[in-house]
Design a protein around this ligand. Structure first.
Ligand SMILES: [Mg+2]
Length: 385
């Protein structure tokens, strides 16, 4: 089965309410859908979420990048005509457009590449008449996910923590790192929500994990160490305390405090993970398909981290039901994944696909052939930009 056509469709999706993290308040999400046609009439779909605050991509860059891979005059490489009828054939294409360790045709652009990969895998699994997770050697099972709470005032945050505990969430994840939030000086709001949330968890005896993500918001090692000392023993891990470019920050924070640390923005693809794992100081990595260039490299990265004794979470940008399903496939493929953050589709007011649902507080993927979700092209009417 060979690729005959690739199209990009820019789509706007609205959030139910703004999602506020350290450096941005997200409202409308500017997606790009990638549609691949094959000579067997099978169509595969992929979803790109250009997270400009993390990867530097934009909707325009995603569209341009996909065009690079379809115009042989620019790269001396074209996806048109490529064989994608088996998992091995898709792996071969990915080795060319997202090499694990080798010369690259295009630097960066991970969400564009992830969407191309998803469309190829979706078509390939549809042709095999199998759900993708099974082709990846995985069994289906319910997947736990974290309860995310964005940067709100102390009272509102703790009320959402209490409702998360009541609903039975096993992992409560607080967003931190916006100085002055909640009308309190510096990072005082962050300290108060961590201490308050831990108190609520202890009182409930729910045994839930309490984790926090600063999205680089403490900026410096000094700020991060001061925060960690104020919440010593209260967090199961802290994610992305300092600026992503400072790969040595984790080692320095770890030397001064006991809070376990997770890297997110500091780790994009396989190469950057290798560098940070060598430097050390991290206990966990938040692996996202929109950073790794798709599910296959995400799985490679989980294996690489494991070889260094580091565990991974499979996370996501604010992805729809359709994109989140690919993250679930990657999580199913590696049962050692410590947690997932793949329910961001709950923030989206107008999801366009079905197949990934929440059953008894856990994510459940359908057994449909392909990547697990489906939609009709009519469902996209009025949403294409
Ligand atoms: Mg993060």
């Amino acid at each position: 089965m060979r690729i005959t056509k690739i199209e990009t469709l820019p789509v706007d999706l609205r959030l139910k309410e703004p999602f506020i993290i350290a450096n941005v308040a997200m409202r409308d999400m500017l997606f790009v859908l990638v549609r691949i046609e094959t000579d067997e009439g099978i169509v595969g779909w992929g979803e790109a979420i250009p997270a400009w605050e993390v990867t530097g991509e934009t909707r325009g860059s995603v569209v341009s990048c996909v065009r690079l891979f379809t115009d042989a005059g620019l790269l001396e490489y074209s996806l048109l005509g490529k064989e994608i009828g088996s998992l091995e054939a898709v792996r071969e294409v990915m080795d060319a457009i997202e090499p694990k360790a080798g010369l690259r045709l295009v630097y960066g652009n991970p969400s564009a590449i992830a969407a191309i990969e998803q469309a190829m895998l979706d078509a390939c699994a549809k042709r095999a008449g199998q759900p993708l997770f099974r082709m990846l050697g995985a069994e289906n099972r319910p997947v736990e996910y974290t309860r995310n709470i964005s940067i709100l005032g102390v009272e509102e945050t703790l009320s959402r923590v209490a409702s998360g505990i009541e609903k039975g969430f096993k992992i409560i994840r607080l967003k931190l790192g916006r100085p002055g939030a909640g009308g309190l000086p510096g990072y005082r709001r962050d300290v108060e929500v961590v201490l308050g949330a831990r108190r609520l968890i202890e009182e409930s005896r729910s045994g839930a994990l309490l984790i926090a993500d600063a999205n680089q918001g403490f900026v410096t090692v000094e700020n991060a160490v001061e925060f960690c000392k104020a919440v010593d023993g209260k967090l199961d891990w802290l994610e992305s305390p300092t600026l992503a470019g400072n790969l040595h920050a984790f080692r320095k924070i770890k030397a001064a405090t006991s809070v376990p640390l997770m890297a997110d923005e500091a780790v994009h693809g396989y190469e950057s993970a290798e560098a940070l794992l060598e430097i050390g100081g991290i206990d966990y990595i938040n692996v996202k398909l929109m950073k790794t260039g798709g599910a296959l490299r995400a799985i490679d990265l989980v294996d690489l981290a494991a070889s260094h004794g580091v565990k991974c979470q499979i996370g996501s940008m604010i992805e729809s039901v359709y994109g989140s399903a690919m993250g679930v496939c990657a999580a199913l493929a590696r049962p050692g994944v410590i947690s997932t953050d793949l329910n961001s589709f709950e923030l989206i007011a107008d999801n366009y696909a079905q197949g990934l649902s929440i059953v008894d507080g856990r994510l459940r993927l359908s057994e449909l052939p392909g990547c697990g979700c489906h939609f009709s092209e009519n469902d996209l009417e009025g949403r294409i930009h």
